[in-house]
Design a protein around this ligand. Structure first.
Ligand code: ACO
Length: 436
């Protein structure tokens, strides 16, 4: 019978080592070895042992997880086993967040309590308004969000009790409840508008729209199409296994810091243009292209290495990102309310040309989640600076779920990679006057 092991022969010593394999669901029949099993491979007793070298984690699993499944070749995304298409059609963001965090869809009572608990943690301390006031008028809202969520840890010292189930529950409510409030206040500050307080009668996304766009009316009533569209966008962004931001959440959280500080780190990672900042870059790119007839010239430039086609390509998806497909469908519903965003025509033309072009086909570059989301957000009235913020809000549930999974995993410790040192060997300090 075939054995579930690898045999490694060290040609330096002619010794042979048998290393056990472990299995996961993806890639099909995927197998992994424990990197520490390689440490027994040595040429002498004082040899450190063989390590693996994997910059950018191209082929390294940093954890075992039961939260999100992605098959990048086939373009499949599931949360806790449920296909993203079904959740987008039939669930709500808060229900999906519960599923991601606790592993099962909530019962009626559980959903009612969960919605109540999140809704009643949407207010922020009045002092937070004071330091939002301190930001420059043109401060990027993502910078404000990263700073204010980090600052929440100073308001809730009980957040340090990361192994206390009651405290973790409380911080989970607070994080998911307060992120939209911090984001909306950052937006209102950048617009020079007075802050609009949470309205507990509204849904999660309805209230967010209220805090963003409420003017002089006594009660804000969100447009139901836009409210639902935003809710679906939030479902699509809730988790995405071990991406750059989530890796930051787990890495920083592994030092056992409070979850607000870890979420701030994750949000900072998300801010980058190669990650959650990409939809902002997509919009800038589309605006710069300006019209459909300029698309071929732009594609030529990309192929010549003069910049990227933003919103295309993904580390994991080597097929159409399933989230991009759903977003493309929502676009029509949103445009019926807001009017068609003229940038859509440029995006469709870019997609059409790129998907037929050998350069993109060969590299398996397809539209990712960010390619169409920005066009919808812009049509809904969000300035481009708010795009990464609109990503960070729903991703918070995924970050917290991944953080909790990491804390309860007996195999996890403080995340601390090794390096392959290539610098100078030991040398002696030279006094300044002897240096040339
Ligand atoms: N436009 C043009 N060429 C691209 C693009 C692109 N958007 N993306 C990748 N390529 C090319 C690379 O130049 C490389 O070509 P080469 O083999 O000739 O050197 C090849 O495709 C492979 O690309 P890598 O950079 O090695 O792929 P990697 O997995 O490291 O990067 C990433 C993935 C960062 C998403 C990349 O595709 C990219 O920069 N895309 C644009 C930014 C973007 O849309 N990011 C959002 C990702 S989704 C998210 O984070 C939510």
């Amino acid at each position: 019978m075939a054995k579930d092991t690898l045999t490694v022969i060290d040609n330096r010593t002619n010794k042979s080592y048998e290393i056990p394999l472990m299995y996961g669901l993806y890639p099909t029949e995927s197998s992994a070895i424990r990197a520490t099993d390689l440490r027994q491979i040595k040429v002498s007793d004082d040899d450190f042992g063989v390590m693996t070298y994997d910059p950018a984690f191209m082929n390294t699993a940093s954890c075992q997880s039961k939260i999100t499944f992605i098959d990048g070749e086939k373009g499949i995304l599931r949360y806790r086993g449920y296909p993203i298409e079904e959740l987008a059609e039939r669930s709500t963001y808060l229900e999906t967040a519960y599923l991601i965090l606790y592993g099962e869809l909530p019962t009626k009572t559980e959903l009612k309590n969960w919605t109540h608990d999140i809704t009643f943690h949407t207010f922020i301390h009045e002092n937070i308004k004071k330091f939002i006031d301190g930001f420059h008028y043109d401060a990027h809202p993502m910078g404000m969000l990263v700073s204010t969520v980090a600052a929440l840890s100073t308001f809730y010292p009980d957040a340090k009790l990361i192994f206390n189930a009651e405290s973790v529950k409380k911080q989970t409510y607070r994080l998911i409840g307060k992120m939209p409030t911090l984001a909306a206040f950052a937006y209102r500050h950048s617009q020079g508008m007075p802050y609009a307080y949470p309205d507990n009668d509204l849904s999660y996304t309805g209230n967010f729209l209220n805090m963003l766009f409420k003017m002089t009316e006594l009660k804000y009533s969100p447009n139901t199409v836009l409210e639902r569209a935003l809710d679906i966008l939030f479902i699509l962004h809730a988790d995405h296994e071990q991406n750059c931001g989530t890796n930051a959440m787990r890495g920083v959280g592994s030092s056992q810091v409070d979850p607000y500080s870890a979420v701030a780190a994750a949000a900072a990672a998300l801010y980058g243009p190669l990650h959650g900042g990409a939809n902002e870059q997509v919009l800038r790119m589309l605006t710069e292209i300006g019209s459909k007839d300029k698309v071929p010239t732009f594609i030529k430039k990309v192929k010549a290495g003069e910049g990227l086609l933003m919103g295309f390509g993904h580390r994991v998806y080597k097929n159409y990102d399933p989230r991009a497909k759903i977003i493309k469908q929502i676009a029509d519903q949103v445009f019926e309310v807001t009017g068609r965003n003229p940038l859509l025509d440029i995006a469709l033309e870019l997609e059409r040309i790129a998907l037929e072009d050998e350069y993109f086909i060969k590299r398996k570059l397809y539209p990712n989640v960010d390619f169409y989301s920005g066009i919808i957000y812009q049509a809904m009235g969000f300035p481009v600076e708010m795009f990464p913020v609109l990503f960070a809000i729903p991703r918070t549930s995924g970050w917290v779920a991944q953080w909790e999974e990491m804390l309860s995993d007996p195999e996890q410790k403080i995340a601390r990679p090794r390096q392959v040192y290539q610098g100078p060997a030991q040398r002696s300090f030279l006094p300044l006057e002897q240096r040339s």
